[in-house]
Write a protein that binds this ligand. Structure first.
Ligand SMILES: [Zn+2]
Ligand SMILES: [Zn+2]
Length: 254
């Protein structure tokens, strides 16, 4: 068979998809040349997080530090999880991107975001990792129709060739939106809100879990989930998110 045929077929398939779903910027939605990309205004506005960052929470340092340096916050109050890694700094630009994904039906963002997560979370994603999404309360899932964290897990699991568990963790009660709460209020709001389900226990027991979410702000949600996963038998918990606040002034759901 002519080796060129499959790529011709693939190109024709892409052209067909582009015809029915013209490529739009993942953030602002204006037309762009290729599926899964951002426009020339939105792309340079994003800040990707790179080294140096805290070995534990992944918060970037603004100055050079030796490898494995832990930030003052993590030294003062070590989190329940082992390591957190994020792709982007949470700011106006990444907030628009996350909101389009979360509330704007831009589920097509999941595949490109998963590629970014695979890069940023490379050290967390070895063969025995189990990806678990931060769950939505069933009533919220019904209203939104999809859990953005589960979409990320599904795509990322294929790229990184690791397992994922859709029902590893459940939200036992509906929590208030965290946007306007202080760090202490956030911790209280989500305390005890999560639990490993009976079905999830078999999946989670003894596993190195990587919890996947869209945004890490104060880490209150991540820590409540990590506590629940450890209680449910997980060996350890790492966190991987699309964006993270670098100060405590974020307005996400973290
Ligand atoms: Zn744009
Ligand atoms: Zn830290």
């Amino acid at each position: 068979m002519n080796a060129a045929v499959p790529s011709v077929v693939a190109a024709a398939g892409r052209a067909f998809i582009d015809l029915i779903l013209p490529p739009r910027c993942l953030s602002c939605g204006i037309p762009v040349a290729n599926q899964g990309t951002l426009c020339a205004t939105c792309w340079p506005a994003l800040t990707f997080i790179g080294a140096p960052f805290c070995e534990v929470c992944g918060a970037p340092f603004v100055y050079e530090v030796p490898d494995d340096t832990v930030c003052a916050d993590c030294l003062r109050r070590p989190p329940r999880y082992d390591r957190a890694r994020s792709v982007l700094r949470y700011d106006d630009a990444s907030r628009d991107l996350v909101l389009a994904f979360k509330h704007g039906d831009r589920t097509d963002s999941a595949a490109p975001f998963a590629r970014w997560l695979a890069n940023a979370g490379g050290e967390l994603l070895d063969g025995d990792a189990l990806l678990v999404p931060v769950p939505l309360h069933p009533s919220r899932l019904l209203a939104r129709r999809y859990n953005q964290s589960a979409l990320l897990c599904d795509k990322l699991a294929r790229i990184a060739e690791v397992d994922w568990s859709a029902d590893g963790l459940a939200r036992r009660r509906r929590t208030r939106s965290q946007g306007r709460l202080s760090p202490t209020e956030r911790r209280r709001n989500v305390s005890g809100a999560f639990a490993v389900t009976e079905a999830g226990k078999a999946n989670v027991a003894g596993r190195r879990v990587v919890l996947v979410d869209d945004v890490l702000t104060t880490g209150a949600t991540a820590e409540a989930c990590a506590s629940a996963l450890l209680r449910g038998g997980a060996r350890s918990v790492d966190i991987l998110t699309l964006a993270r606040a670098v100060t405590l002034n974020g307005a996400g759901n973290g």
